[in-house]
Design a protein around this ligand. Structure first.
Ligand SMILES: N[C@@H](CCC(=O)N[C@@H](CS)C(=O)NCC(=O)O)C(=O)O
Length: 227
């Protein structure tokens, strides 16, 4: 039995929740609130003081990217070829690096300043605009439509899908879904990924927090070309 413990939002746990789901193994999704998190931390249940964690038959693992690789291996998603696996990991790390652009904006208390700082990241040449265009270029070079040019989905695709579209859910002041109109390749990837049978099945719910992962979520914001 595997158990992921995290807050209700997709946040840093969604990629691993999805991997466990498609692994076919028995797993539990434990959602905690801030008080429960604090209690777990005070009880010394969190190796590094943060969530998410995954509880396994062998012990607890922390750090979201460690969870991602572990759960992906359980799901049989990790490429056997070590070079391909390294390229997949490279892409995962690049996408993880987007957090560095965002983090400083969380501590801006004035809401107008926070919104301006976030919008500035998405204007032409801004840090996130550049990041999204760079990742778009990798998709455009792929002959299979998957980020690492693999035959099937890898954790690079899962991470790209979830980290990209979660940004546009409306939960981050200043970042709006219409901004995606500037990234047609990413909209095409959304169409491919959200219609993948494994993804579609997982999000076939009425969970309002996860509308961004469903087919057609961003249809009105641009013309995606099939990839
Ligand atoms: N490097 C860690 C960071 C985890 C992290 O920052 N978790 C946040 C939730 S998204 C947390 O536990 N926050 C509680 C706190 O800041 O006290 C990872 O990737 O898992």
């Amino acid at each position: 039995m595997y158990e992921i413990v995290y807050f209700a939002s997709p946040g840093f746990a969604e990629v691993s929740r999805f991997c466990l789901e498609i692994s076919g193994l028995e797993w539990k999704n434990t959602v905690v609130d801030w008080d429960q998190y604090t209690e777990m931390k005070n009880q010394g249940e969190l190796p590094w003081g943060y969530l998410p964690i995954v509880r396994t038959p062998h012990g607890t693992v922390a750090e979201s990217n460690a969870l991602l690789r572990y759960t992906a291996a359980l799901a049989g998603l990790e490429p056997e070829d070590l070079y391909v696996r390294a390229k997949v990991d490279e892409l995962v790390e690049v996408i993880n690096g987007w957090r560095e652009h965002f983090m400083p904006t969380f501590s801006i208390e004035n809401i107008d300043e926070k919104i301006s700082a976030r919008k500035a990241m998405f204007v032409e040449g801004g840090s996130m605009d550049t990041a999204l265009k760079n990742i778009s270029a990798v998709f455009e070079r792929s002959t299979t439509g998957w980020l690492a040019n693999t035959e099937d989905m890898t954790i690079a695709d899962i991470k790209a899908f979830m980290d990209t579209f979660m940004m546009f859910s409306g939960q981050f002041d200043g970042i709006t879904a219409n901004m995606l109109g500037n990234y047609p390749t990413l909209l095409a990837f959304h169409e491919k990924m959200s219609n993948d049978s494994r993804v579609k099945k997982y999000y076939d719910t009425d969970d309002e927090m996860r509308w961004v992962f469903r087919p057609g979520a961003f249809e009105k914001f641009g013309n995606s070309q099939h990839i």
